[in-house]
Ligand binder design. Structure first.
Ligand code: SAM
Ligand code: SF4
Length: 352
């Protein structure tokens, strides 16, 4: 059943506590927000070496980010993930975490979390804990110093390792995200499992996704996790866990280590039927599906509300209209002839 769409001006102001339900009956309870497109790394699968970043005026201000996140929380979002680019390189980002912490205290928000490359965690881990953050995803594709430098182009392994130490010392639970790259880190996966689980961290493997132009050919990087899983079964006993997050991850218990292994396989599995999430870019564009271009401009609505003194009226109407267009699923594909990304925006724009 598709919802009838109206111009936002014709929509009534939404009741502040009405849940967001999409045309397929799925409740939207998870928002990922990219707070910047900038980063101190230039990972080969994520960015080209010479990126042109957005002018600062195009970004939502921290106050606007708080306003839009709070609007979603009032409409039933219970899990908020802050991402980027590298979220912790945005100036004064702790102001936003501090503000959002009030929703944890009120009980409206169940979890406030972030995905980071870890470089700024020695500086911020304790403060994040004090804001109510309890878990953090840290990206680490290899523990080989030279490979790390090759993959991240601008990064050093010690920076991310120091971030992991700082997070654990501050009491944050750490999950390691590792993008599986053919001929680069595939052979390192078993030792990463042992290392992460040995430090009481879960590990999630991610298939490369065709997002944004990079300098190179993505079909060279693509390593299907179905193949990885089959190879791991020679060495480990993987017991599938029932747990689902409403996202593209599936989890196994690794019996030998007792830890959890996640696999994010957007290209080989269809996870869309249980999708509970939407994504907001740092410029206030809402994407209802990671794999589709359809979007809604929340920044214009926010700024109209601000200039007309209409509170969240335009914003809520625009959100309702957008959720009414959330598609049933995506159609990711790595185009093997044109070698073009299926979706033009980079992961650093939408937030991974
Ligand atoms: N800078 C932070 C970090 O690296 O964790 C947060 C943003 S980053 C875009 C979020 C996650 O997306 C990281 O785990 C990264 O490895 C992953 N990622 C980036 N580009 C990707 C791509 N094309 N395919 C799959 N994962 C990607
Ligand atoms: Fe930066 Fe994260 Fe993208 Fe790497 S994956 S370039 S750390 S945003």
């Amino acid at each position: 059943m598709a919802l009838e769409l109206h111009h936002p001006d014709q929509l009534p102001a939404s009741a502040a506590d009405t849940p967001l339900i999409d045309p397929y009956g799925r409740a939207v309870t998870y928002l990922r927000v990219s707070v910047t497109d900038r980063c101190d790394f230039r990972c080969v699968y994520c960015m080209s070496e010479h990126m042109t970043f957005l002018p600062k005026r195009d970004l939502l201000t921290l106050e606007e980010l708080d306003q839009v996140c709070s609007a979603f929380i009032s409409r039933g979002v219970v899990k908020l993930r802050i991402s980027g680019g590298e979220p912790l390189v945005r100036r004064d980002i702790m102001w936003l975490f501090n503000r959002l912490g009030r929703h944890l205290q009120s009980g409206a928000l169940e979890e406030l979390t972030l995905t980071t490359n870890g470089t700024q965690l020695p500086r911020y881990a304790r403060e994040l804990y004090d804001c109510g953050v309890r878990r953090v995803n840290i990206s680490l594709d290899t523990r080989d110093r030279d490979k790390f430098a090759d993959i991240t182009r601008w990064g050093r392994l010690e920076q991310t390792l120091a971030g992991i130490d700082a997070a654990q010392e501050a009491g944050l639970r750490v999950k390691i995200n590792m993008v599986a790259l053919k001929d680069v880190n595939g052979d390192e996966i078993p030792q990463m499992i042992r290392w992460a689980h040995g430090r009481d961290m879960d590990l999630t493997l991610i298939e490369t996704m065709p997002l944004g132009d990079i300098d190179g050919d993505r079909t060279d990087q693509y390593l299907p996790l179905s193949r990885v899983r089959a190879a791991l079964a020679d060495e480990f006993t993987l017991t599938p866990l029932a747990e689902r997050t409403g996202g593209p991850a599936r989890y196994d218990r690794v019996e030998e280590t007792g830890g959890k292994l996640g696999m994010i396989t957007p290209l080989t599995h269809n996870f869309c039927e249980s999708c509970n999430r939407v994504r907001l870019t740092c410029t206030g564009t809402l994407y209802m599906c990671l794999g589709q271009e359809d979007s809604a401009d929340l920044r214009a609505a926010l700024r109209t509300d601000a200039s007309e003194g209409t509170g969240d009226r335009q914003l809520m109407a625009r959100i309702d209209e957008a959720i009414g267009r959330k598609p049933e699923g995506h159609d990711f594909v790595i185009d093997r002839k044109g070698r073009k990304p299926a979706v033009k925006r980079h992961m650093s724009t939408t937030g991974g």
